[in-house]
Structures are given as C-alpha cells and as structure tokens.
Design a protein around this ligand. Structure first.
Ligand code: PLP
Length: 409
C-alpha cells in the first residue's frame, strides 16, 4: 500500500489531481452577487420567451415524429432541421452559402470554443488573444496547457499593425503561435467592433504568420445602431482559405439555459471537432424545441424585440455614465453586445474600488481579470454589463459606482 495517504488532516479523501485540474485552482462556488450586479454577461430573464418555448416543447413532445427524435440520442453534428434553420438564417442575414458539413451544434458556444481548443492546441503551444479578452475562453485555452500571449487593441478592436509587431517580437524569440482567438464584433469586454478593412488586414496577417483564427461571434445579432446588413462581414465570410472557425450561440438571442451554440468552419475542421466531441449530441430535445419555436420567422421578431430592449439599456447606461462618473473617466460606446469598458486613472486602486463598490451594493468585472499579460497602457479598468438589470437599476448602479469612484478622486 502506498505510504502517501490521499486524505486531508480532517480525514476527507483528496484526489491526486490531473495537472490541468490542479492548475485550474478552486472554483468560486456561487460567490454572492451584489444587489445591483453589472458583472455577469447574462441576458435579461424578463425577455425570455417563456410561453412560446412552452408551446414549442409541448408540440415537440406530443408529435411522435418529433418527440421520439427529441428524446433519443441524437446525431452528433446536430438535429438536421436545426442545422438547416441556422444555415437559412446565415444565408438570410449575411448572404452566406453554408455547406451542410460546415456546421456543428455544440453545448453553447463555450462547447464550440472548447472543441476548437482541443482540436488545435497542444500543451506548450502559444495561443494569441486580444488585450483584453474574454476570461471564459482564456481559461479554456489555459486548460489545454497553452501559454497565452496578447495582441494590442486600438480604438476599434484589434490593432493589426501593433499585432504584427508583437508577432515579430515573438518570432524573434522562437515563439510561433498557431492560433488566434478574436472577437471582432461587439467584443467582450470592450464592446468594440473591427472595421471591414481591418478584418481584411487581420486575415492577411493570419496568412503571413500561418495562424488559424477562432472568431467568437456571440453578439452579432444584437446590433443597436443599424441594420444587420450594415455590419462588417464576419472574418469567416471574408476568409478565402478556410482558416477561420466561427462560433455562435443561442444564449444571447434566446436563452443560455438551452445550452446551444455552434461552430462554422471548413468540413475537415468540423470533422475533427466531431471526433473529439465526447459528450455526444448537444441536447437533441433543446434543439428540437428551438426548431419548433423558430418556425415562421418567430426568432427574427424575437431578436428585433431584444435589440430594442437592449438598445434602451445601453443608452441608459451611457447616459448615466455621463451624469455620474467623473471627467477623468472614459468609456467605450458599443454599437451592440452587452458591455461598456471603462478606464479610470491608474491612481484608483482596483481592489479598494471593488470593495467600496460592494459596500454601495454594486459589482462589476475588474479589468485585470481580462488580461493574460500586464496591459501596456496604465489605468484601472472595469467591465460594466448593461444586459441584465432593469433600466432604473442600471441608472442606480452607475450612480452608486460613480459615488464610489469619486471617493478616490
Ligand atoms: C464572447 C463570448 N463568447 C462566448 C460566450 C459563451 O456563451 P455560451 O456558452 O452560453 O454560448 C460568452 C458568454 O458570455 C461570451 O461573452
């Protein structure tokens, strides 16, 4: 018997963790949220289509031709009718022609990003992310054993010239990244959107440095300042070489509890992701319900309603920032998505501000957690999410946060 006892002093068994689990640290189990939380990128639960989803679920279960498929193990790639509904939506919104083998339904877009990471990244590889980036995705790449390096962002998203300089510097040190994870549209956490010209430049850079690009497009449908057609095309649409894997989700336009997202990429990549998709099909029941719900253009009108509601929330937050934040603060003005990114003078201590804000009953995401390396520009940054709170609560939260910030000025 091993003399190494796998028990804590209290006698409870403690597993010998796999390296990736040990490196993950401890999960913050259900940390208490502040009364007015601007932290989580959750959709507003008041906007979920409860009754319509209940009707759709009923129809699926009462129709034997649909119910049996919904409750059976499903096809790994996804329920065919959902795949064709998605392909029609992409064709309608963006004029894309989607080959049937280019799409994969996943457990949220987190599932798609995780599969892309597992398909493309080995331990010790370098993955490029924006500075700042989405913590959830960075953690997924870290868990593959990758090293993260960041590329600079400018006022409109990734700064392609700066990114090339950073890549050159890495190459000189013998570091050759193979994967770039980017959010060119309504970026999390900054809310910024990259112009179409810069998207072309980014793809040129990807070609020169032989990068595969994971384009996280979680928020594209939530555009508040124009018609969908006015948005820059996705990197996936602009790419002529098959180097882009685009991920999307039903979480922000329907409900995250459905846990449905998707990946769009050249068939060889989708095939590899399928081979690594160990959990089986992603909830065929939820997929069938979405198909049933989305008949007759209902999803489109639901999205139009969400766009109006979230635009009001965005405007309320921007207006409150003008009124309640000091002149030394600056922030982004997102044309879509869920987030405003605030920069405060570096003299505002991030930990002290967070604790003061909590005393005021407000929380938010501290900017430091969104960087994988020390940011090059000084400043204390906050990600404020406007999606979840009611309009009067957004105003009150920003007011209280402004109050907390003024105490440092
Ligand atoms: C940019 C981005 N990508 C992906 C996700 C993951 O969402 P889901 O797994 O629910 O699709 C989120 C969630 O907040 C996000 O903000």
């Amino acid at each position: 018997m091993s003399s190494e006892l796998a028990t804590t002093p209290g006698g409870r068994f403690e597993p010998r963790w796999a390296r990736r689990a040990a490196a993950a640290g401890n999960v913050p189990f259900g940390g208490e949220r502040a009364a007015l939380s601007l932290a989580y990128g959750f959709p507003d639960p008041a906007l979920f289509p409860y009754a319509e989803l209940a009707v759709a679920a009923g129809r699926v279960l009462h129709d034997p031709s649909k119910g049996a498929a919904a409750l059976q193990y499903g096809k790994l790639q996804g329920v065919p009718s959902l795949l064709s509904m998605l392909a029609s939506k992409l064709s309608h919104d963006e004029g894309l022609t989607i080959q049937p083998d280019s799409l994969l339904i996943t457990g949220g877009s987190s599932g798609a990003i995780g599969l892309a990471a597992r398909s493309l990244v080995d331990e010790g590889d370098t993955v490029l992310v924006e500075a700042p980036s989405f913590t959830g995705a960075m953690n997924m790449f870290r868990r593959t054993g990758a090293e993260l390096r960041s590329l600079p962002m400018g006022p409109d998203g990734i700064d392609v010239a700066g990114a090339e300089a950073a890549l050159d510097a890495l190459h000189i040190r013998g570091i050759r990244p193979r994967v770039l994870y980017t959010m060119p549209t309504f970026h999390n956490p900054t809310g910024l959107t990259l112009s179409e010209a810069q998207r072309g430049a980014l793809l040129g850079m990807a070609r020169r440095y032989n990068l595969i690009v994971i384009e996280d497009d979680a928020y594209r449908d939530l555009y508040y300042d124009g018609q969908q057609g006015a948005l820059p095309q996705s990197l996936y649409a602009l790419d002529r070489e098959g180097r882009v894997i685009r991920t999307g989700t039903f979480s922000k336009i329907l409900a995250p509890g459905l846990r449905l997202g998707w990946a769009l990429a050249q068939p060889e990549i989708i095939n590899k992701m399928l081979l690594l998709k160990e959990e089986g099909a992603s909830t065929p029941f939820a997929q069938q319900v979405v198909v049933e719900y989305g008949r007759d253009g209902v999803l489109m009108s639901h999205i139009a309603m969400l766009v109006d509601a979230y635009r009001q929330k965005r405007d309320t937050m921007l207006d409150a920032l003008e009124r309640f934040f000091p002149a030394e603060a600056s922030w982004t003005r997102p044309a879509g998505g869920f987030y405003v990114w605030v920069t405060l003078p570096a003299s505002v201590d991030p930990a002290a501000l967070a604790s003061h804000a909590r005393e005021e009953g407000v929380d938010y995401v501290r900017g430091e957690s969104c960087y994988c390396e020390q940011p090059s520009q000084p400043g204390t940054r906050l990600r404020l999410c406007f999606s979840m709170l009611r309009l009067d609560d957004i105003e009150e939260a920003v007011k209280r946060l402004g109050h907390a910030i003024y105490s440092f000025m």
